[in-house]
Design a protein around this ligand. Structure first.
Ligand code: MN
Length: 396
């Protein structure tokens, strides 16, 4: 790399952070069952410990996404404990994720449920989540809904849209000035006929209607296979409506595979759109990068280290693109030269620069090797194995 490219990569490394989810350290599985891991985290404290360890090794994961039902079971009463864990394990609470899909009452939906009392329950839970986020100084409340229907004719789609619209406005009214409401979309699953917020356009309309602090959250796994996600990203940037990402990779549906394991070039193209927006406008895009993955077969912590260092690597490659040269090539319709900017940047090995950057910050040059040698996994395996062995893993 020439010195200009190295400088751009170093600048990118200075600012790149990515949030890891508490649920990425817990035992998870498919709808057919869980494969239990002896070192999986069972308590909120264990999740903070693992997340803090990943941050200690990589330096790029200062926050952990928390899930209301799984991590804050006592609601507001859990806040003190979370603050204690945050201090003890040196990782801050990040986005707060309400749970509007797990309780029995949500069988036919949450904010879109035909029963007003259940819509109100869902709304109250979201208001509680916003209050908790405020106490934890968490900025983002991340909303994903399982709402939808499985059979044609069974749901009033326009009525449900109205309920979502009203309720998201009511949620937005609870936000403090510095908080944001992120609206996530997904085309199918668990509903298999219609999903109430199925794509970025629906999320955009609802977020815009809710108020100025509502933005769209793009989960990379929540698209049909042929969709051009970077174009969606470019449009949301252009509308000032891109709030954040849930990163993961997939081959078929919402597979929650490791970021970059199937299509790293797509991640590169997404990061490019963001960096190009910043280069053109001269201001930073205010976007929360978050991981939303389920590591069923890989070791949880290894998978997380692999994921976040891959995100960092691909972000650094996107920073190699010479945006001035790219723009000139585009303006002259020099297709090959423009495309080569992408291809050459993607092919550039930025790993030596990343290793030097880590070294300069006091992080291990190779976080994965450091993890495999530092004894943390042995220790937590001994501490947690007995409890994990006692968990029932069957689906039925
Ligand atoms: Mn997600």
């Amino acid at each position: 790399m020439d010195s200009h490219k190295t400088e751009r990569v170093l600048q990118a490394l200075e600012r790149f952070n990515i949030e890891i989810p508490s649920w990425g350290f817990a035992n998870t599985g498919s709808r057919f069952g869980k494969f239990l891991q002896p070192a999986a985290a069972n308590t909120v404290e264990e999740k903070f410990s693992d997340a803090g360890h990943v941050h200690q090794l990589t330096g790029i994961c200062p926050t952990i996404a928390l899930h209301m039902q799984w991590d804050l079971p006592e609601g507001v009463q859990s806040v003190n404990e979370i603050q204690r864990l945050s201090r003890a394990y040196r990782v801050r609470p990040g986005s707060i994720n309400p749970n509007l899909f797990q309780n029995q009452c949500y069988k036919f939906g949450s904010l879109g449920n035909p029963d007003k009392s259940i819509r109100d329950t869902a709304l109250q839970h979201t208001k509680d989540s916003i209050e908790i986020a405020r106490s934890l100084q968490s900025r983002d409340i991340s909303m994903w809904f399982a709402d939808g229907s499985n059979y044609p004719g069974t749901a009033n789609i326009r009525q449900r849209k109205r309920w979502f619209d009203e309720n998201l406005k009511a949620c937005h009214a609870e936000l403090s000035a510095n908080q944001r409401l992120l609206v996530e979309y997904k085309p199918f699953e668990p509903a298999f006929y219609h999903t109430d917020i199925a794509d970025w356009g629906m999320a955009l309309l609802l977020a815009r209607s809710a108020g100025p602090q509502a933005k769209v959250l793009v989960d990379t796994g929540h698209h049909y296979l042929a969709q051009n996600i970077e174009q969606i990203v470019a449009w949301l940037l252009s509308e000032e409506m891109l709030g954040g990402f849930h990163f993961n990779d997939r081959r078929y549906a919402d597979d929650d595979l490791t970021l970059g394991s199937i299509d790293p070039y797509q991640v590169f193209r997404i990061f490019h759109e963001i960096l190009y927006f910043e280069w053109e406008t001269g201001r930073p895009a205010d976007i929360a990068y978050m991981i939303d993955q389920s590591h069923n077969l890989k070791g949880k912590i290894e998978a997380m280290i692999q994921t976040v260092t891959m995100a960092q690597l691909i972000f650094s490659k996107a920073a190699v693109v010479d945006n001035a040269a790219l723009t000139e090539a585009r303006d002259n319709c020099d297709l090959v030269r423009a495309e080569s900017q992408f291809q050459d940047a993607f092919a550039t090995d930025t790993r030596p620069t990343i290793e030097e950057w880590r070294d300069s910050k006091g992080y291990p040059r190779d976080p994965m090797t450091a993890f495999r040698e530092n004894g943390y996994l042995d220790r937590i395996t001994k501490e947690r194995a007995a409890r994990n062995a006692g968990i029932v893993s069957s689906y039925a």
